[in-house]
Design a protein around this ligand. Structure first.
Ligand SMILES: Cc1ncc(C[n+]2csc(CCOP(=O)(O)OP(=O)(O)O)c2C)c(N)n1
Length: 649
């Protein structure tokens, strides 16, 4: 007599093997209830996870993923997998500091083989695993282990997924691709592949009718032979997935991804075919929880307690702040009202980038390309050289996917594309895959690029206008997650124009000079205020505004007047704004007492809040004040000495 299968008592996924479909179905009910209860508390990717419960249980009941390998694309849908692989009891810590990651993470479990967060790559990575496991033996069926890639329909539409699939098919890899088709990306899936998958969905009834007709016709001799002649034509027209079959991939589907028996059976059958199989499962995003199923976009990622209680009460005395994303969204609509050449581009993130309002107001000038950053960037280049003013809104971390297109189709063509780079900085709960800490470093080498960051809402709008007005070169404007100060410092009318390479001085003081960029200007000003009020230290604070080109006149002047100079940025120290200033100093014989503040050379783990991560990186006002106090007090003797230029040996 085996004990009942209870989620809380599972020791390992091995407990699922040999269980009846009914027992596993009951486990699915438990998992779904746990997902709703726990993710509504912690926040996270609710809808996607509710949709893969049966698939995940089936996968772990058919395979042993300590021998075989399971790769999740993006891996935002890995919560049931985590619950089944020994992490159920830690679920209250999901996406919290020191707790479970919201994605697969190699440090967390031997069952997580890819620390993932970016879409489209699971098939390629799994292909690599399958290549490496060739000839190894010891898989669940005794032969070489299987590599299984679970991919959503939107991730499947990324170009790299196709690159992986065609490679794997040609190499006859022991690879099973589980396509989890729920018709949704974050918003509804777009593009011709999504249309094709939906045709397959709707052809299901037609296909069944055709098969019945075929059987009947074959029982009548003359009709049967005639039908043969049209066989190939009918097959192409009616057999779902023939596009994949033509590529040499065994296509099976569409299958009901919520029918556990079907899921298991399909997986088992796939292991009997010794080459690449694509199992096309139809699922429902948000399955089993009405608020999530009815609004898949809102339930893709939920805030903690989203469906239960309203957010924390706002402090009435505090000035209301809009998020950087909302500020951008409103600014780009206002700009597009005046400037008909403005088009907005997103790679599958219309609301995440703040473009939902633009899409509604200017549908014909709005382009959601799907998870196709490479295409989005290259297309922006083409639009720009033909006279449009494309604003390409892509998160810092996902723009990495389009890097070569920024180089060739944009920078090399001097195409006036404006990149709106959101989530440029620390991102809090999402973790290392989503940190936007490298954009300055990877964009800075390209000749002619303008790199800038506004410090507040007023300047975001002004910078965007300046960027769109510049017809000679590409611009990238960056801002982080979180809320923007409305107006920090002088009002718009008295600020310097947004001319590339022009910084803005915000405070004066003899004791040292702070060069800050973007959202960090606020922390720098606050740190300077603390030192003024508490330590009688007076700092000159600049909003650098541009990382490229730098304000060289300002640098020359500042280096001549100050011994102590600090740079502050929400970016990796390697290759960022501070690096640019240090390079300038090296090239111009300036040797200030330079203190660079940014994120150190390590991957930043997820944390409950971005503020915690800022503090851990020493980028909050208190940490900055402390660091400068130590530096200035420690060096108080020489604080006002002119900079020392090292003598030649
Ligand atoms: C390269 C890249 N671009 C954008 C994203 C943002 N993103 C995260 S999940 C997601 C939608 C994924 O949809 P799908 O693959 O269909 O999975 P589902 O959530 O529907 O299960 C997007 C666009 C990403 N993770 N990676």
């Amino acid at each position: 007599v085996t004990s009942p299968l209870r989620l809380a008592d599972l020791r390992s996924p091995a407990d699922l093997r040999g269980r009846s479909v009914e027992e596993l179905e009951e486990l699915c009910v438990e998992i779904r209830a746990a997902l709703v209860e726990k993710v509504c508390q912690t926040g996270g990717h609710l809808g996607s996870n509710l949709g893969v419960v049966e698939l995940t249980v089936a996968l772990h009941s058919v395979f042993d993923f300590l021998q075989d390998r399971l790769v999740f694309d993006v891996s935002h849908q890995c919560y049931p997998h985590k619950m089944l692989t020994g992490r159920y009891h830690r679920f209250a810590t999901l996406r919290r500091t020191g707790g479970l990651s919201g994605f697969c993470h190699r440090d967390e479990s031997p069952y997580d083989v890819l620390t993932a967060g970016h879409a489209g790559t699971a098939i390629s990575y799994a292909s690599g695993l399958a290549e490496a496991m060739r000839g190894r033996g010891g898989g669940s069926d005794g032969a070489d282990p299987w590599a299984v890639a679970l991919v959503g329909d939107a991730g499947f539409g990324a170009g790299v997924a196709f690159e992986g699939l065609t490679y794997a098919a040609e190499r006859d890899l022991r690879l099973i691709v589980v396509l989890n088709d729920n018709e949704w990306s974050i918003a509804r899936s777009v593009g011709a592949l999504a249309r094709y998958l939906s045709r397959i969905r709707s052809s299901r009834t037609l296909h069944k009718a055709y098969e019945r007709l075929n059987e009947m016709a074959h029982s009548i001799p003359w009709v049967g032979s005639r039908l043969e002649e049209f066989g190939e034509v009918m097959r192409r027209a009616l057999i779902p997935g023939h596009v994949f079959e033509e590529l040499g991939v065994n296509y099976v589907g569409p299958l009901d991804g919520h029918d556990l028996a079907v899921c298991r059976d399909a997986l088992e059958r796939a292991t009997r075919i010794d080459s690449v199989t694509l199992l096309h499962f139809l699922t429902e995003k948000g399955r089993g929880y009405a608020p999530a199923a009815e609004d898949p976009e809102r339930a893709h990622g939920v805030q903690p307690r989203l469906f239960e209680v309203p957010g924390p009460a706002e402090d009435d005395a505090a000035p209301v702040r809009r998020s950087w994303t909302v500020v951008f969204g409103e600014a780009v609509v206002a700009l597009a009202e005046d400037e008909p050449r403005v088009h907005a581009i997103t790679a599958a993130m219309p609301s995440g980038t703040g473009l939902a309002g633009f899409a509604e107001r200017f549908p014909e000038r709005f382009h959601d390309t799907g998870i196709t950053e490479q295409h989005a960037v290259a297309m922006a280049g083409g639009m720009a050289v033909e006279g449009l003013a494309p604003v390409c809104a892509i998160y810092s971390t996902f723009l990495q996917r389009g890097y070569d297109q920024v180089f060739q189709e944009v920078a090399l063509q001097r195409a006036p594309v404006v990149f709106a780079v959101d989530r440029a900085g620390l991102v809090g709960q999402d973790g290392p895959t989503h940190m936007g800490l490298y954009d300055l470093a990877y964009l800075r080498p390209f000749p002619g690029m303008v790199l800038a960051a506004p410090r507040d809402a007023v300047d975001l709008e002004r910078a965007l206008r300046a960027a769109v007005a510049d017809r000679g070169r590409p611009w990238a404007l960056r801002w982080p997650r979180g809320k923007a100060p409305e107006c920090l410092g002088p009002s718009a009318g008295v600020r310097p124009e947004w001319i590339p390479g022009r910084a803005e001085r915000l405070t004066e003081g003899p004791d040292g000079c702070i060069l800050a960029i973007g959202a960090q200007v606020e922390a720098a000003l606050e740190a300077a205020r603390i030192l003024r009020d508490e330590d009688d230290l007076y700092l000159e604070v600049w909003d650098a505004r541009f990382v490229k080109p730098l304000d060289e006149d300002m640098l020359a002047e500042v280096m001549a007047r100050h011994r102590f100079v600090a740079t502050v940025e929400e970016h990796a120290l390697v290759g960022g704004f501070g690096s640019a200033v240090a390079e300038w100093c090296a090239d111009h014989g300036a040797a200030p007492d330079l203190s660079r503040h940014g994120v150190g050379d390590h991957f930043v783990p997820h944390a409950t809040t971005r503020e915690e991560q800022l503090a851990a990186a020493g980028l909050d006002a208190l940490s900055l004040a402390r660091a400068w106090r130590t530096r200035l007090r420690g060096a108080s003797e020489g604080a006002l000495d002119p900079p020392v230029t090292p003598a030649r040996p």
